[in-house]
Design a protein around this ligand. Structure first.
Ligand SMILES: [Zn+2]
Length: 161
């Protein structure tokens, strides 16, 4: 179960155990629209995360639209649940876990602004076990879909896609 509560972090979006802190701020012209970070223990369990949205870009005409914001926010928060990209070539899988860009001619498109069925299937695969009853095969299947170390995911601004 996931409860949405008031933020507990600081301006730097420092992580808080047992939570994903979701922040926005003007983080500068650093090449990323959104940045997700997670900590993992035992190679399998995500213990905390942060998802930052960079207002330096979202305050510009190119990125300041609700569809682009939803896409990036959805992707970064989903990374903290352990989800990876569905594609990175700029095509839309109609999942927020792709690199489709809801900017320019696509600014009014709602494609890729939410998770799709595959994303929810992946979440079921990752989380549909009780630790007390985890089998070797389940553990392998689950860990294969998770990053195995502290991981940072960046969505680069201004690439050809
Ligand atoms: Zn990403």
């Amino acid at each position: 179960m996931t409860a949405i509560v008031a933020g507990q972090s600081n301006k730097r979006c420092s992580m808080v155990a047992g939570t994903t802190q979701v922040c926005n701020g003007s983080y500068g012209n650093n090449g990323w629209l959104g940045l997700a970070s997670i900590n993992i223990t035992g190679g399998v369990h995500i213990t905390q995360g942060s998802a930052k949205m960079n207002d330096t870009y979202f305050n510009t005409a190119t990125y300041n639209n609700p569809n682009e914001k939803r896409h990036v926010m959805c992707q970064e928060v989903a990374h903290t649940f352990g989800l990876d990209h569905q594609s990175t070539d700029g095509s839309s899988q109609n999942s927020c876990m792709d690199y489709f860009s809801n900017t320019g001619a696509n600014a009014t498109s709602t494609l890729s602004t939410r998770p799709n069925k595959h994303d929810f299937d992946e979440l079921n695969t990752i989380y549909a076990h009780l630790d007390s009853t985890t089998t070797v095969s389940q553990a392998t299947a689950a860990s294969a879909r998770r990053p195995t170390s502290i991981s940072t995911t960046i969505r680069i601004v201004g690439a050809s896609w």
